[in-house]
Design a protein around this ligand. Sequence first.
Ligand code: T3D
Length: 281
Amino acid sequence: MNQQPESSSSSPAHNGPADDTALVKSELDQGVLSLTLNRPERLNSFTPEMHRQLAVALERAEADDAVRCVLLTGAGRAFCAGQDLSNRQIQPGDAPPDLGLSLEQHYNPLIRRLTTLPKPTLAVVNGVAAGAGVSLALACDITVAAHSARFIFAFSRIGLVPDSGASWFLPRRVGHARASAIALLGETLTAAQAQEWGLIWQALDDELLARTSRQLAQQLATQATTALGMTKRALLASASQPLDPQLDLERDLQRLAGRSEDYREGVAAFFAKRHPHFHGR
Ligand code: T3D
């Protein structure tokens, strides 16, 4: 059952640019902050300004207690086509761009911000995702996609290596054999394949995508936000450490969770045989 977060508000622009020309549209409704990448004519590919707007939106999402879940999607027919390649064409005599700097300044902070955000994130892949657009979708806690969406590991097609976490997420989700072939061949996966191989949570019928993802986001926004944030932390840590320190981490996090208002409410609701009303604290 979905309940309304107490501190929710509905606003067309969450402390951000209110107009439709914003490169990242932002809307807060009942605890769900929807962020829409908004360069549909360029398939929502990333420019430095789009990175900047997304970074600001995510910083605010972290700071604002009214935000209990972040939903990330794309405007138009694409989710995100990765880096905007318009200014990546190198003319004879030009110095090549420093792509390491681009990752350092924009993509790596974005992926770090998403994976460490102490609130749940949901990627709603409404259409094609390519290059770092795939990485972006995989960096969210839950990824759903329309059946018509495609995941294109475009890096090798243009002479690059998987970035923005793609080389980390891919083998962990689909195993080395598939990851290797996908990355080297620059493969395209359908949403159904991505689900079947464990790359994403669910492929959904196109007509159901908006409604089902909204329900998912609202469910997340009514859960015990602090515990969800710590769950993210535990899962992320598990990727890089053995069981023994992981047990210590679980102990530490559970100690904190046990002191939360939401835990008290959860147990009280259990014995009262009612649904819990969490405040995210
Ligand atoms: O550079 C760094 O900072 C390093 C970081 C790199 C990270 C990366 O993401 S590298 C990977 C970059 N992305 C790609 O290589 C994908 C490029 N796009 C495509 O391969 C195709 O557009 C798609 C397979 C995604 C979709 O194909 P399709 O046929 O559905 O659409 P389209 O016709 O190719 O694209 C529509 C328009 O969007 C088109 O413009 P036009 O011809 O109508 O004026 C196309 O040029 C534009 N577009 C699509 N992707 C990009 C783009 N424009 C700039 N940059 C793009 N990435």
